[in-house]
Ligand binder design. Structure first.
Ligand SMILES: Nc1ncnc2c1ncn2[C@@H]1O[C@H](COP(=O)(O)OP(=O)(O)OP(=O)(O)O)[C@@H](O)[C@H]1O
Length: 255
């Protein structure tokens, strides 16, 4: 039997004793592309941060590649792209330098970059369509291109699992398409993906499963649900032009 890449069992997280995730259980198998959906503040980012050990669980367990998270040491197998590039520090790193940082965990800081590192960086830049910007300071790139730079940094580490927090939020459509293409290549090479998203856009065809978080619990685990308020389907006759915003956000929970 193939070992899940991620297993969460009865996971719970609280911030300052305020419960944010309660009794979360789900698993991600190798090769899956799982989208975590849900309204603002439902706990999506907290869930992936808990999986990565960036926030502590106060109940339950997480295993990564079959190893309990607290004993897991093979972090190079995981590439993580957090929600946003932090506020500009003014350090004029080039695109290639940022992407090369994704190799550090693999080669160790002591050993200088070798041919394999340079190849991995070039390949990651190509995958996100930024080869021609390699020498430019990241600060001269658009928000979408900066996001692609971070994705390339994660890809350069040649991870087996990519964890992405809203990779396409506020990103122009050219960058969304470039990202979808990069992800398609990553998955075709056997990679596994867990991503948080508000809108799937060009990623939709790649998603194999959706997990909807609602008020700290999993409200749905299965096929990508139709966005709430989707009335374009033929034969849909229920018209309510002034219906209030669904409290779940754009993703409906099953009745
Ligand atoms: N470090 C923190 N300390 C205290 N509360 C936090 C912290 N991080 C998140 N929260 C709170 O926990 C809840 C869940 O936040 P989280 O960021 O996980 O939600 P989300 O579903 O990812 O939201 P969004 O879609 O807005 O990114 C929110 O009420 C948020 O305010």
């Amino acid at each position: 039997m193939t070992e899940p890449v991620i297993t969460v069992e009865h996971g719970a997280v609280a911030y300052d004793e305020r419960p944010v995730l309660r009794d979360i259980s789900f698993a991600v198998a190798p090769g899956e592309v799982v989208a975590v959906l849900g309204a603002n503040g439902s706990g999506k980012s907290t869930l992936i941060r808990a999986i990565l050990g960036l926030v502590p669980l106060n109940a339950g367990t997480v295993s990564l590649f079959g190893t309990p998270q607290r004993r897991f040491r093979q972090w190079r197998r995981i590439g993580y792209v957090p929600q946003r590039l932090g506020a500009g520090s003014g350090v004029p790193a080039t695109v290639a330098e940022v992407v090369a940082a994704g190799r550090l965990a693999r080669r160790g800081v002591i050993r200088p970059a070798g041919a394999a590192d340079r190849r991995a960086v070039a390949e990651a830049l190509r995958a996100v369509g930024l080869s021609d910007r390699a020498a430019d300071p990241v600060t001269t790139l658009s928000g979408g291109q900066q996001q692609r730079t971070l994705i390339a940094r994660a890809l350069a580490g040649q991870p087996e699992l990519l964890v992405l927090d809203e990779p396409t939020a506020g990103v122009d459509s050219a960058s969304q398409d470039a990202f979808a293409e990069a992800l398609r290549g990553f998955v075709a090479d056997g990679g596994t993906v867990l991503l948080v998203a508000h809108e799937l856009g060009p990623l939709a065809p790649l998603i194999t499963r959706a997990v909807v978080v609602h008020e700290g619990r999993i409200a749905h685990d299965g096929p990508v649900p139709e966005p709430a308020g989707h009335h374009a389907a033929p034969g849909h006759e229920h018209v309510h032009p002034h219906a209030p915003e669904d409290s779940v956000g754009m993703w409906g929970t099953p009745a």
